[in-house]
Ligand binder design. Structure first.
Ligand SMILES: Nc1ncnc2c1ncn2[C@@H]1O[C@H](COP(=O)(O)OP(=O)(O)O)[C@@H](O)[C@H]1O
Ligand SMILES: [Mg+2]
Length: 313
C-alpha cells in the first residue's frame, strides 16, 4: 500500500496556512487572487490529528468535492463556488516531483474572505443535536416536535450553524440568530438559503445512490469586490458529513456511517480519545481507507483509479 502523505513538501509556492487536513498555497495571479488548495492524507478525530494518515484520502476528498461542485452548480440556482480546476495552473513552476506528489489531491480555487461560521445543515437528529434534543427538545436552540427517535429524519431540514474555532479549539453550536449576529444581517439569510439548497440538492443526489446524508457542514466565502457569496472548502465528503447506508437505515438506534466511525470506536475502546500523537494500527488504517473508497465509488459511480487516470492531475 502506498504511504500516506501527512505533510505536503511543496517549496515552489508560498504556503499561507495549514489546517487539520489541508495546506493552502498562494498562486501568482494578476486578476483574481487564487490558491492551490491541497488535501493531505491526515485524519483528525475528536479535533485531534492522528500521527499517521490514510493513504489516498487526500485524492478521495479532492475528487469527490470536485464532483460535487459540478453537481451542485447544475442543481442549485445561482450558486457560485470557489473551484476553478483540478491541479495547479499550467505555468506555476512546480517541479516534476512536486506535481507527482500532488496528483489527485490539489485544486486551484478562488481566494475569498471566509465567513467565520460553519454552515451546518441537518436532515436527521444525531450526534450533538441528539444530545441537545434529549435535554431540551431543541436543536441549536430551535424547538423541535416531541417524540423524535435517535437518528430519525427531522420533519423539516434545519440550518444549525456553529462557530468556526481556531486550530486546536472546539466549534460551538449556535442558533441561526447568533450566526446572524456574527455574519451580519446583510448576508445571514442568503447563507442559510444557500446552505439549505446545497444540502437538499446533495441529499437527493446521494439518495438516488443509496446514501443518506444525515448532516453536513459547508463553508462560504465573500468576494469583497463583487459582494458575491461563494461555496468554498470541501463539499459533502465523509470528513464534513455523516453518510449512512439507506438500505441499513433504521431510526431508534445509532447507524454505521461511511466515515471515521471505525477510528472513533477504536480510540474510545482503547482510552485514546482526544490524546495527541496517537498512531493508528494498520488494521484501523486499512478499514478506514476501505470506507472512504467505498463511499467515493457509490457517490461518483466510478473507482478512484479510473477518475485519477482520467483527470491526470
Ligand atoms: N476559497 C478559499 N479561500 C480561502 N480560504 C479557504 C477557501 N476555501 C477554504 N478555505 C479555508 O481553508 C482551510 C481548509 O483547511 P482544513 O484543513 O480543512 O482546515 P480546518 O482544520 O479548519 O478544517 C479552512 O480554514 C477553510 O476555511
Ligand atoms: Mg476543514
Amino acid at each position: 500500500m502506498a504511504e500516506a502523505l501527512t505533510s505536503i513538501p511543496l517549496t515552489s509556492l508560498p504556503r499561507i496556512s495549514q489546517g487539520k487536513v489541508r495546506d493552502l498555497f498562494s498562486l501568482p495571479n494578476d486578476e483574481n487572487p487564487t490558491l492551490l488548495f491541497v488535501t493531505s492524507d491526515r485524519i483528525s478525530a475528536y479535533d485531534v490529528i492522528l500521527k499517521n494518515g490514510i493513504p489516498t484520502k487526500g485524492a478521495i476528498l479532492t475528487l469527490l468535492s470536485a464532483k460535487w461542485f459540478e453537481v451542485l452548480s447544475s442543481r442549485v440556482p445561482g450558486l457560485k463556488h470557489h473551484f476553478l480546476h483540478l491541479g495547479p495552473p499550467p505555468a506555476s513552476g512546480l517541479s516534476q516531483d512536486e506535481q507527482q506528489m500532488l496528483r489527485g489531491r490539489s485544486m486551484t480555487v478562488r481566494r475569498l474572505k471566509i465567513f467565520p461560521i460553519e454552515a451546518i445543515v441537518r436532515g436527521y437528529v444525531t450526534g450533538s443535536a441528539w444530545a441537545e434534543y434529549q435535554k431540551t427538545q431543541t436543536i441549536h436552540g430551535l424547538p423541535q416536535p416531541a417524540g423524535l427517535k435517535r437518528c430519525e429524519r427531522l420533519p423539516k431540514t434545519i440550518y444549525t450553524p456553529s462557530t468556526k474555532a481556531e486550530l486546536g479549539d472546539k466549534d460551538v453550536n449556535i442558533s441561526p440568530d447568533e450566526a446572524r449576529g456574527i455574519v451580519g444581517d446583510k448576508y445571514a439569510s442568503r447563507l442559510e438559503e444557500l446552505a439549505l439548497n446545497c444540502y437538499n440538492a446533495g441529499a437527493a443526489y446521494a439518495e438516488e445512490r443509496g446514501i443518506i446524508i444525515a448532516d453536513t457542514k459547508f463553508e462560504f466565502g465573500l468576494d469583497e469586490e463583487t459582494d458575491e457569496i461563494y461555496l468554498v472548502d470541501e463539499v459533502l465528503t465523509p470528513d464534513s458529513s455523516r453518510f449512512w447506508s439507506k438500505a441499513d437505515y433504521e431510526s431508534g438506534r445509532d447507524q454505521d456511517s461511511f466515515d471515521k466511525q471505525i477510528l472513533r470506536n477504536w480510540l474510545t475502546e482503547n482510552g485514546l480519545k482526544g490524546k495527541p500523537d496517537v498512531e493508528m494500527t494498520p488494521d484501523v488504517v486499512e478499514k478506514t481507507k476501505g470506507r472512504y473508497t467505498e463511499v467515493f465509488k457509490l457517490m461518483t459511480g466510478e473507482s478512484l483509479e479510473v477518475v485519477l487516470e482520467r483527470t491526470g492531475n
